[in-house]
Design a protein around this ligand. Structure first.
Ligand code: FMN
Length: 411
């Protein structure tokens, strides 16, 4: 089965098969925002399940800029032994293990109590939930420069800890994706305006990281195939950005889509387009395939082996799987043994799409918590219950985070 063929990346390293565990924010940092015991156990489970590539949930490059409470932060050497342990566990069965590194920009909840920075002072539009997010301040050039340095430092620390690569998160409406989109980037300096200017931050980050890490350390990018918002980042824009990335030493581009405002990564567009029910972004990935020879990965809605095979047959090198691997972490082994496992969460048909997307995330995080405690997944968990539990957990972890920040601020 081609799914179990190895893949040699441009840096010469090899992925043992074509199945990757996509990044899923675990919110399982310990009290120091380093990897916790539970996080390590979760990755042991996935590593034993037979994936060829593990990509961590997003790890923050700056403790002041968090995608959520309970997030792992890697900005200095303080907890490097812990990260090294995490890397060893993930790699123990032959998979590569990459840290996904990220900055949320304006997609940071106001409750975190930190100043919010973004390309421009454009508020998130999330209906009733908009008030949970502060309108960001426009980043001055010095802050942009610091972002480039922080991505680079975190990548170097990841290599030092023993990870085999990093994935730079430029999708899902986080900072780098905010720069790419004309809806959130209204700048008229060298960081905004034309697509070349909007892509500049991503390109500078990639160049700076590639220049500092070893040649055989993987540098990957997660990119939206489109924003799925009218007037946003289009598939033609994505094609152009991929052409710009070509030649910069990128090892793999993962294609996803959407943002908090238009959660297409969970199968919901906001611009009237209908996404496929499985492998949502495959059509878009084919359009990207036309313009590059870089290895591509497509993620979103993949849970059955025949669909994963179809992705590969379309000329895409790897499949990214999130949700299905939280319900069955042994999915790759099952498929290899010819077991037609197809794990799925029952669909949520709420009218409020943003709330439905939050409930879906909460259900997946519920599975992550079960696995991290050595328990069995529970795909039938009620979305309302998962959402409520998640709210409580987020509230408590936000308080803990604020105390941690306050303690670090004291002399
Ligand atoms: C709970 C949860 C957390 C996620 N966290 C991240 C993340 O940290 N970084 C990222 O790039 N994508 C994240 N995603 C998106 C997934 O990587 C993936 O693109 C999406 O879930 C669609 O794939 P799937 O249908 O296989 O789950 C997350 C998704 C879920 C459900």
């Amino acid at each position: 089965m081609p799914l179990f063929d190895p893949l040699t990346l441009p840096n010469g390293s090899v992925l043992p098969n074509r199945i990757a565990k996509a990044a899923m924010e675990e919110n399982m940092a310990d009290a120091d925002h380093a990897p916790s015991e539970r996080l390590l156990r979760l990755y042991r489970t996935w590593s034993e399940g037979g994936v060829g590539l593990l990509i961590s949930g997003n790890v923050m490059i700056d403790r002041r800029a968090m995608t959520g409470p309970g997030g792992v932060v890697l900005e200095d050497e303080t907890h490097l032994p812990r990260f090294a342990q995490w890397a060893r566990i993930g790699r123990a069965n032959g998979a590569q293990f990459w840290l996904q590194i990220n900055h949320p920009g304006r997609q940071m909840q106001a409750g975190m109590g930190q100043p919010t920075w973004a390309p421009s002072a454009v508020a998130l539009e999330l209906g009733n939930l908009s008030k949970r997010f502060a309108t960001a301040q426009q980043m001055p050039p010095a802050v942009i420069q610091e972002v480039i340095e922080r991505f680079t430092r975190t990548a170097c620390l990841a290599e030092q800890a023993g990870f085999t690569g990093v994935q730079i998160h430029a999708a899902h409406g986080y900072l780098l994706s905010q720069f790419l989109s004309p809806l959130s980037n209204r700048r008229n300096d060298q960081w905004g305006g034309s697509l070349e200017n909007r892509a500049r931050l991503l390109l500078e980050v990639v160049k700076a990281v590639r220049a500092e890490v070893s040649a055989d350390f993987a540098v990957a990018v997660k990119l939206n195939s489109a924003d799925f918002q009218r007037g946003g980042f289009s598939v033609e824009d994505a094609q152009h950005v991929v052409r710009l990335l070509d030649g910069l030493g990128v090892d793999l581009i993962e294609l996803s889509g959407g943002s908090y405002e238009a959660p297409a990564m969970q199968g919901q567009a906001r611009d009237g387009r209908t996404l496929a029910r499985e492998a949502y972004f495959l059509e878009f990935a084919r359009e990207i395939r036309d313009v590059t020879r870089l290895p591509l990965m497509v993620t979103g809605g993949i849970r059955r082996a025949p669909v994963a095979e179809e992705v590969l047959a379309s000329g895409i090198e790897t499949v990214g799987i999130g949700t299905a691997l939280t319900i069955n972490p042994n999915l790759p082994r099952d498929w290899q043994q010819g077991i037609s496992s197809a794990p799925q969460l029952p669909p949520i048909s709420w009218n409020n799409k943003v709330l439905a997307s939050l409930a879906n995330m909460a259900r997946v995080k519920y599975q992550l918590r079960k696995l991290s405690q050595g328990g069995q997944p529970c795909p039938t968990v009620s979305p309302v219950w998962a959402l409520l539990t998640q709210q409580v957990i987020d509230l408590l972890s936000t308080r803990r985070y604020r105390r941690w920040m306050a303690s670090r601020a004291r002399p």
